[in-house]
Write a protein that binds this ligand. Structure first.
Ligand SMILES: Nc1nc2c(ncn2[C@@H]2O[C@H](COP(=O)(O)OP(=O)(O)OP(=O)(O)O)[C@@H](O)[C@H]2O)c(=O)[nH]1
Ligand SMILES: [Mg+2]
Length: 303
């Protein structure tokens, strides 16, 4: 097995997944390899050819060059046809993030194959998925739920973002696509924190993931004097509400607190009492030079 814990790859699958990879590439995310995989050839064209993104056409010999039109079995089959190419691109990673919109055919079906490949290659595997909005209809919701539960059986970690939450939180009269981009911003925060964590204190993350079957993930960000308390509250709130889990079912929380520079005056006790229930809480501090001086970003893993 040729895994390097600090080697992180993000694979976007289907329309939503590939849009997220384009967003990450345009934002200039550092120290991660970006991959786009889709049945739909047109959607695979990067916004800027100079951006460093690997591309895989899924199931080129199947009749789905314009996408699967919502058929997850076809998405699965297409990814199986491209198994060797996916395996080659994911090889050697210590952590693989799989980013997809559940409910479409490609994202739902092919993510399961990518997750199986990543796990078999020895990588810690984390799914970052959004769930369709109520107005996208019952069928999409059913497909999303059915394939999400398959994905849950395979991956080590998962962060869910329901599109309805994005729509509820949008201020003013932003478009649906602007609201969806807020979701990509949320996932980017998770990727950045876990990536820095792996680079700086990788063993702690590996140990937590190994000890638990499935870690659910939430994130929150704030700034200023009370920033830490507020960011922890937001992260716990998103862990609970977005992943639809009750705190009583969480036994262990790992809070990963990122600042530009570690602040020795802050003590772990500051988050005591913010997390309700009978939970063991571990806190890890990491540095992210890309954060602003005053910013604090918290990612929580709960299992
Ligand atoms: N966050 C986000 N969600 C999206 C985006 N585009 C679509 N979605 C959501 O993701 C779900 C799946 O849509 P797509 O990703 O376009 O579907 P696909 O995986 O390409 O599948 P097929 O086209 O059916 O083969 C939809 O139900 C939307 O809710 C996007 O750009 N960002
Ligand atoms: Mg598509």
């Amino acid at each position: 097995m040729n895994t390097n814990v600090s080697d992180v790859k993000v694979i976007g699958i289907g329309g939503a997944g590939c849009n997220c990879i384009k967003y990450l590439a345009n934002q200039g995310i550092k120290k991660v390899d970006l991959i786009m995989a889709n049945t739909d050839k047109k959607a695979l064209k990067p916004d800027d050819e100079n951006l460093n993104v690997a591309v895989v056409i899924l199931g080129e010999d199947l009749d789905c060059a314009e996408g699967t039109k919502g058929d997850p079995e076809l998405g699965y089959e297409a990814a199986m046809e491209s198994y060797d190419e996916l395996k080659m691109l994911l090889k050697g990673a210590g952590m693989v993030f799989i980013r997809a919109g559940m409910g479409g055919g490609t994202g739902s079906g092919a993510s399961v194959v990518a997750a199986e490949i990543a796990k078999k290659s020895g990588a810690m595997t984390v799914a970052l998925v959004n769930m369709p909005s109520f107005f996208e209809g019952r069928k999409r919701k059913d497909v999303a739920e059915q394939w999400l539960s398959k994905l849950k059986q395979i991956v080590d970690g998962m962060a869910i973002m329901p599109n309805d939450s994005l729509l509820q939180n949008q201020s003013g009269n932003k478009s649906f696509s602007a609201a969806l981009q807020e979701g990509d911003h949320y996932f980017k925060d998770i990727i950045k924190s876990l990536n820095c964590f792996l680079q700086q204190k990788g063993k702690l993350l590996c140990d937590f993931i190994k000890r638990n079957d499935l870690c659910l993930i939430g994130a929150g960000k704030d700034w200023g004097t009370d920033g830490l308390v507020s960011a922890v509250k937001k992260a716990i709130d998103s862990l609970r509400t977005l992943n639809d889990v009750e705190m009583k079912d969480i036994k262990h929380v790992l809070a990963v607190i990122a600042r530009k520079k570690m602040d020795d005056s802050e003590d772990e006790g500051v988050i005591d009492g913010l997390i309700e229930g009978d939970v063991i809480v571990d806190v890890v501090w990491i540095e992210d030079e890309e954060l602003e001086d005053d910013d604090v970003r918290v990612v929580v893993l709960g299992a």
